[in-house]
Design a protein. Structure first.
Length: 128
């Protein structure tokens, strides 16, 4: 099992991004690179080599699944684990995100005090 240290976090809503960033860094002790769009994430991913990508599903221009497909084309992130964050957490939707290659889905709204723990739990359940 490898250790989770560095997360690439992609969220277009600045308020949600700020809360999640504090939850992951301050509460969870994780290093983080936050991006405001799928395109920004694709540009940043090669340079930052994240252990995990935490990816919003609904974003303008490039949504989460489109961003994931673009990240899978890059050598540095072709196999990087991904967790989607979305308000759409019906069983069929979660199953669809997993068929796209996500190791899990975290529901929005999330509990800031539990977010890092949820991320680590999905990481462990995936055997990483």
């Amino acid at each position: 099992m490898s250790e989770l240290n560095f997360v690439l976090y992609v969220e277009d809503d600045p308020d949600i991004q700020m809360v999640a960033q504090m939850a992951l860094e301050v509460v969870g002790g994780l290093a983080l690179r936050a991006c405001s769009s799928g395109r920004e994430a694709v540009d940043a991913a090669q340079a930052c080599q994240p252990d995990l990508i935490l990816l919003d599903v609904m974003m303008p221009d490039m949504d989460g699944p489109t961003t994931l497909a673009a990240l899978r084309q890059l050598p540095g992130t072709a196999n990087t684990p991904v967790i989607f964050m979305t308000a759409k957490v019906q069983a069929a939707e979660v199953a669809h995100y997993k068929t796209l290659g996500a190791i899990g889905v975290i529901a929005k709204p999330f509990d800031p005090m539990q977010l890092a723990q949820q991320v680590r739990q999905l990481w462990q359940e995936a055997g990483l």
